[in-house]
Design a protein around this ligand. Structure first.
Ligand code: TRP
Length: 334
């Protein structure tokens, strides 16, 4: 029996290099050997986008096409839409008794998000909604509805997995041994820096290269990337370790070329403009096959719809089975 992998993504925008290196490459490695459920977490996306249903709806398709473009194989990965599996919502209600409000308020991921979203939740989080504060409970339901054992995630998600593990332990101790405690699997690269040198590449930070960016956009973005500020003239020696252009060369260029970029940069025989041009070329070469696959799906929307439909159907079968077990344990199996 293959072990079950479950992970989720909020459909709030297109995927960028941060997602690709931080998450998707991990999925690609795992897709062959596991029973893989990939949740398009539209209900979770609504917790902080409840006033933007159109944005969420559009991005369910966008993110699915991005994931397919990256090379995830719908024969191996069950893509499903969270809102279509009612058991997740049902289980969220059951779990809400097993977690205190104080514990949710202490969750580091939730805390960081509240601090980031001052316009939505107020300066001191005074306008935080019940739904947003509770999304870790719903995420625990996402995972356990499918008996998820291994959860490939970025570092920022670890507190949410821990919260799920606590809920599972509490459930099992009260209602009897029913649920599996999930384990996170971290990617080798957990975080990709932004074009501006920020530790994190993010859509809202405006420092990302998206997988769908066209060649001109890539060019413009890389031309504006942060380099060693001490390098003024073309032949000044510089420090590649504080240069974002070198950082991205390391992601998309060949070993040999990376070495060359590094040595020439340090010795002052490489100008930044030329170095950026080389990166633009390599980045566009790197993104080309992804965009080509994406184009296929853009031209075959029915196929995308079918992939989501089939994946959701398979997810539903598993959810029904699991819910029976859970209701029995909770003595609500009428
Ligand atoms: N919280 C995750 C994110 O923001 C998305 C997510 C939803 C998820 N459900 C999940 C991740 C279940 C792992 C497991 O990216």
């Amino acid at each position: 029996m293959k072990k079950t992998i479950l992970t989720g993504l909020r459909p709030t925008g297109n995927l960028h290099l941060g997602h690709l290196f931080g998450a998707c490459q991990n999925y690609l490695k795992l897709q062959d050997d596991y029973d893989f459920y990939l949740e398009i977490a539209d209900v979770q996306a609504l917790t902080d986008n409840f006033d933007q249903p159109k944005k969420v709806r559009i991005n369910v398709n966008e993110i699915t096409m991005d994931l397919l473009a990256v090379g995830l194989d719908p024969k191996k990965v069950n893509f499903f839409i969270q809102s279509q599996i009612k058991e997740i919502a049902e289980l969220t209600v059951f779990y809400s008794n097993l977690v205190t409000i104080a514990r949710l308020e202490r969750n580091p991921t939730v805390k960081a998000e509240i601090a980031q979203k001052k316009d939505l939740f107020g300066h001191n989080g005074e306008s935080i909604t019940y739904g947003f504060l509770g999304y870790p409970v719903s995420q625990a339901a996402d995972i356990t509805t499918f008996d998820g054992e291994l959860i490939p995630v970025g570092e920022d998600q670890l507190p949410l997995i821990e919260q799920c593990r606590e809920i599972v332990r509490k459930f099992n101790s009260i209602y009897g041994d029913t649920l599996k405690e999930p384990q996170p699997i971290l990617s080798e690269t957990t975080r990709i820096k932004g074009l501006d040198g920020n530790e994190k590449m993010g859509k809202s930070l405006g420092n990302a290269i998206f997988l769908i960016d066209d060649e001109e956009t890539v060019q413009k973005k890389i031309m504006g990337a942060v380099t060693d500020p001490h390098k003024i003239r073309k032949d000044d020696p510089a420090n590649p370790d504080i240069c974002m252009v070198y950082y991205y060369h390391k992601l998309v260029n060949s070993k040999e070329n990376i070495q060359k970029v590094c040595t020439e940069c340090k010795s002052g025989t490489r100008g930044c403009v030329g170095c950026k041009r080389e990166l633009i070329e390599k980045m566009n070469e790197f993104l080309a096959p992804i965009k080509e696959r994406r184009k296929y799906y853009e031209e075959h929307p029915k196929e995308v719809e079918e992939i989501l439909k089939n994946g959701t159907k398979k997810a539903q079968e598993k959810a029904t089975e699991q819910m029976e077990k859970i209701k029995k344990a909770m003595m609500i199996d009428y």
